[in-house]
Write a protein that binds this ligand. Structure first.
Ligand SMILES: [Zn+2]
Length: 88
């Protein structure tokens, strides 16, 4: 049976966790695939400087693994768990 999420490219999704400040400023929800929390981007207080563009740092665990809804990816626990299993 084909997994319902098999069309999600987890490798490609990874890039949305970097240099994402311009997008997160407009998002109302985002998720961290390190600690699997889903929260509002206004909770993000720290951004790393990646070549002049901010990369969000998770406010809960201090890791740059935050993906916003404007990525077009599903900000769900299931998706974050898949990302976590692939990248951590
Ligand atoms: Zn986190």
């Amino acid at each position: 049976m084909k997994s319902e999420n098999s069309e999600l490219d987890l490798s490609n999704a990874h890039k949305y966790a970097f240099q994402n400040k311009p997008y997160l400023l407009h998002d109302s929800i985002c998720g961290c695939y390190h600690c699997l929390k889903i929260f509002s981007p206004i909770e993000i207080t720290r951004y790393a400087d990646d070549y002049g563009i901010g990369t969000a740092i998770c406010p809960y665990y201090g890791v740059d693994a935050v993906i916003g809804e404007s990525s077009g990816l599903p900000i769900t626990k299931e998706f974050l768990e898949k990302m976590h299993n692939k990248w951590f």
